[in-house]
Design a binder for this molecule. Structure first.
Ligand SMILES: O=C(O)CCC(=O)C(=O)O
Ligand SMILES: [Fe+2]
Length: 340
């Protein structure tokens, strides 16, 4: 299942025909694979290097310093720092990672938490600018879907303004290959993201895998070019399309070249996920275009209710003990009934 690389600039500054081809190719890739890769996008190599440099500077700070801006667990949007919860090692599922989460700068209800150390002066400015640029890419891609669906009226884009996106920088510290073999330990367990789409940049370490829908197995999505932007379909797009486009299941595990080895240590890894979210009060129920005679497969709930519901399921530590499979991380048309 090859994930095609599409030329983003064709949509931004191409001819009408190039815009249409890009839009249809994007939709086709989303429908077939749940993913797409973009080149010639809004970011240059310098900006991406700077992004990962900031990530390193942040995660290199001592734990007690990072813990000055703690993320509060619960269904609320994540803000600030979440440590690698070493105490969870004995649990059924354990992700070996730490992350920093950032929301919209205008969000006064769930304000961002920025480190105040002089060593990190400039982090906030850089990340806010990076966030704005990612938002603009996501809105542009919503526009491309409108073109592909023949509803070129701004209605899909409008559902995402202002977006309630969470940007996540994740650091996966070194971990022995043998520890990753123990059941329930991963860098990130198989899941789909909650919003319409996610933009992802990864460093050159490897380990990202996506579900190949033709074989129902995980296959590596190697960092052939760290400039490459990966876009994955998330649960909100599944709901908006009444199940027509399903979210791309992905995980981060041992890099392909180290599988089958013993006694080695997997190098650290860093990624940036722009977990694009619709405007909070927008419905994530099916769009009129996708509801036919039979009833809608998904209820009319707001994007914010949906996010809280998913956060409660995925991050509720007590429930974690009961998770026998990863099914609850993944939204499929089968798992559509809201229980809460
Ligand atoms: O680190 C990665 O490549 C993936 C991160 C991810 O899937 C997420 O944050 O939802
Ligand atoms: Fe993800």
């Amino acid at each position: 299942m090859a994930v095609p690389t599409l030329n983003y600039s064709h949509f931004i500054s191409g001819t009408k025909e190039q815009r249409e081809t890009f839009s249809h190719d994007l939709l086709d890739s989303f429908e077939r694979t749940g993913f797409a890769k973009l080149k010639a996008h809004a970011f240059n190599a310098r900006e991406l290097t700077e992004l990962f440099n900031w990530g390193h500077k942040f995660f290199d700070r001592p734990l007690d310093v990072k813990s000055n801006i703690p993320n509060e667990t619960g269904p609320r949007p994540m803000r600030g720092y979440t440590p690698w919860r070493v105490e969870e090692v004995g649990k059924l599922h354990h992700d070996a990672q730490e992350h920093f989460d950032q929301g919209p700068e205008y969000d006064t209800e769930y304000p961002n938490k920025w480190p105040q150390e002089p060593e990190l002066a400039g982090f906030q400015d850089f990340m806010e600018e990076f966030y704005r640029k990612c938002d603009s890419v996501c809105l542009t891609l919503m526009g491309a879907l409108e073109v592909a669906w023949g509803i070129d009226d701004g209605s899909l884009v409008a559902r995402c303004i202002p977006s309630a996106t969470d940007l996540r920088l994740t650091h996966y510290p070194t971990i022995p290959v043998d520890e990753m073999k123990s059941s329930g330990t991963s860098r990130i367990a198989p899941h789909t993201d909650f919003g319409p789409i996610t933009l992802l940049f990864q460093d050159s370490t490897g380990g990202l895998e996506i579900e190949d829908r033709t074989t129902n197995t995980f296959v590596p999505l190697p960092p052939t070019d760290t400039m490459e932007m990966i876009v994955n379909v998330g649960d909100t797009l599944t709901r908006w399309t009444n199940g027509k486009i399903t979210g791309g299941i992905h995980q981060v595990t041992t890099p392909e070249s180290m599988k089958g080895e013993s006694g080695l240590v997997i190098p650290p890894r860093m990624s940036m996920a722009y977990l694009f979210k619709a405007e909070r009060n927008t419905s994530v129920g099916p769009l009129p275009k996708f509801v036919t005679k039979e009833s809608a497969n998904y209820p009319e709930i707001t994007a914010f209710e949906f996010q809280r519901w998913k956060n409660r399921i995925v991050y509720n530590v007590e429930e974690e003990e009961h998770a026998r499979t990863f099914d609850r991380f993944i939204e499929t048309p089968k798992a559509i009934k809201l229980q809460a």
